[in-house]
Ligand binder design. Structure first.
Ligand code: ADP
Length: 219
């Protein structure tokens, strides 16, 4: 299902986000104060507008309340980012995502009504640290404070081993929910006799502690 998005602030974060949404076939408009930025994205988004997002009249005229999601990707100008969120919620935009540069900035954005606050620099830093420390963990999806799903690269020493032989449930108390093969083909709920092949990724679910013990043994 394609959606309608508006991205306010076509800086590094906003422009990549807007392009990625547009390239997937969604309707995406970009808004920025800066004329050059708007011109640069004129042809790679549905539409791009020069406007100040803190001005009520301009935001109203763009009909932002009809968009599914509006993302406030204004960076350094904290005052504008906060005022924009206030205005968007006053205009009854259903879902506002705002980028925060700091914890305090994030708190204020939540207080003034942002439905979701993202911390791209913090999150990317944490992700990169995890990847550097655990290069075999390709994907980590937190389900709750205790449980996660991980996609783990298997070492070549395990090629030829069956799921049963891995004995992963008994030894580590984690479950294999799928195997992603090199071709990107997925074997969902693999059979105990399924054998691991070169380049396979194991999709596993378990407590964070158990997942850590398992991935540590693979390093
Ligand atoms: P990044 O770190 O993602 O590059 P920047 O702070 O450099 O973020 O970019 C934010 C963008 O938001 C800039 O292109 C800037 O012109 C735009 N911007 C800032 N304030 C407003 C505003 N009030 N209305 C519209 N666009 C704005």
């Amino acid at each position: 299902m394609k959606k309608q998005y508006a991205v306010i602030g076509l800086g590094r974060f906003g422009s990549h986000l807007a392009r990625a949404l547009y390239d997937e076939g969604n309707e995406v408009i970009g808004i920025d104060l800066n004329e050059e930025k708007v011109e640069a994205y004129q042809d790679s988004l549905s539409q791009a507008f020069i406007a100040d997002s803190t001005e009520e009249a301009s935001m109203k005229s763009l009909g932002l309340r009809n968009f599914d999601v509006v993302i406030v990707a204004i960076g350094d100008d904290m005052e504008s980012s906060i005022l924009t969120v206030v205005l968007l919620k006053e205009l009854e935009v259903p879902y506002v995502v705002a980028k925060a540069l700091s914890k305090r900035h994030g708190l204020v954005l939540t207080k003034v009504g942002a439905d979701q606050v993202v911390f791209p620099e913090r999150d990317m830093g944490l992700r990169l640290a995890k990847r550097l420390m655990h290069p075999n963990i390709i994907e980590h999806l937190k389900l709750s404070d205790d449980y996660s799903v991980e996609e783990i690269k298997i070492p070549s020493s395990l090629v030829g081993t069956s799921i049963q032989q891995l004995n992963i449930r008994k030894r580590y108390r984690i479950n294999v929910i799928a195997i992603r093969h090199k071709t990107d083909k997925m074997s969902i709920s693999p059979h105990p006799t399924d054998v691991l092949t070169e380049g396979d990724l194991l999709v596993v679910i378990g407590t964070n502690d158990d997942l850590k013990s398992f991935s540590d043994t693979l390093e």
